[in-house]
Write a protein that binds this ligand. Structure first.
Ligand code: TRP
Length: 336
């Protein structure tokens, strides 16, 4: 039986946070243990270049994210784990796909539209201020990531579904012109935990600056959890779990039974301080063993680098011949 291909990437900007873990890393690693699945996980550093123009930061983030995935239990021998910029076939495919992509399709991309909207709200004259072609055509690069490895399933956060739809559109256009070479991917979004609430009650996201880093030292983790915004209800007053970041985060880590028990405590009026303490203890117990491995890996970047290089070799064993096939299909083959 042919294995199903599951692929996902994490942009190497910033430090991995609880939202990345609950929404992407944990489900991806779980899926990679399924024998019927071949998983591809990569560090999306070409994507990071859209926002991050600091070489030191880019490197640091790549190191942190690679260490995070390995520490969380990714088995590099079982999966294909690589750095996007080690695969030169990806930018080549990106260009080919760029020529298959309607500009109008990109005009509708959320990430681009959000910047234009912000400029509008700020009363800027130039609505495209701050928009590079990298940002504008970001979904095409993402399509190349996915289509290069013939991914069937792409686990992503809800905000990325549109990009997967676009990858399908682009693949269909390619196949229409050149034959059925590209596989149409499907987005897979985890249900309740896919979007985690951040410190301020909005979605946990690097862009809102409201994240809780995954591997904070214990004391700092506690301090940060104590900072989660709550309302002014007193101990003893019933609290609504569903609108509480404390509960949302707890639920993303705890079992259904534990979550139900916590819901009960909220309804009975647990004090905010006590609820946060429980969240801290739960998270800390869950994360401590991973944190230890993470710290050890961060001290051994040569191991991380060697692991990524091995991953790139495996990835290129696929991308090089596949790109040759695509080049032939589009007419880039010897003329004699
Ligand atoms: N754009 C994704 C994000 O911000 C990261 C990403 C890049 C990705 N390429 C991908 C995810 C390919 C899935 C598949 O989360």
């Amino acid at each position: 039986m042919k294995k199903e291909i599951v692929l996902t990437g994490i942009t190497t900007t910033g430090t991995p946070h609880l939202g990345n873990y609950a929404g992407a890393i944990r489900p991806a690693i779980e899926a990679s243990r399924n024998e019927n699945v071949q998983s591809f996980y990569f560090l999306a550093d070409y994507h990071a270049l859209i926002k991050n123009h600091d070489p030191g930061l880019l490197k640091q983030s790549t190191k942190e994210i690679a260490a995070t995935w390995l520490a969380c239990g990714l088995e590099p021998d079982k999966v294909v784990f690589y750095r996007q910029s080690d695969i030169p076939e990806i930018p080549e495919l990106t260009w080919i796909l760029t020529c298959m992509t309607a500009k109008g399709l990109m005009n509708r991309a959320h990430a681009y539209k959000a910047v234009v909207q912000e400029n509008e709200q700020k009363g800027k004259k130039d609505l495209e201020e701050g928009v590079t072609m990298g940002l504008f055509s970001y979904p095409i690069l993402m399509a190349a990531d996915i289509l290069m490895f013939r991914a069937n399933k792409v686990p992503v956060g809800r905000d990325q579904i549109q990009h997967i739809e676009m990858a399908r559109d682009i693949a269909q256009r390619f196949n229409h012109h050149y034959g059925n070479h590209l596989v149409l991917p499907e987005a897979v979004v985890g249900k309740e935990t896919a979007v985690l609430t951040g410190l301020d009650g909005r979605k946990m996201s690097k862009s809102y600056n409201n994240t809780i880093p995954l591997f904070l030292p214990e004391k700092k983790l506690r301090k940060m959890i104590m900072k989660i915004v709550t309302n002014s209800l007193e101990p003893g007053q019933p609290k609504d779990p569903d609108s509480s970041a404390v509960f949302q985060i707890y639920r993303a880590f705890a079992s259904p039974e534990e979550t139900a028990a916590m819901r009960g405590k909220f309804e009975e009026g647990i004090a905010w301080g006590a609820a946060k303490q429980e969240l801290f203890e739960y998270l800390n117990a869950h994360l401590a063993p991973y944190r230890e491995t993470y710290n050890r890996l961060m001290e051994d970047p040569a191991y991380i680098e060697a692991t990524l290089k091995k991953g790139a070799e495996k990835a290129r064993a696929i991308s090089v011949p596949f790109l040759t096939q695509l080049r032939e299909a589009i007419g880039f083959s010897p003329i004699a």
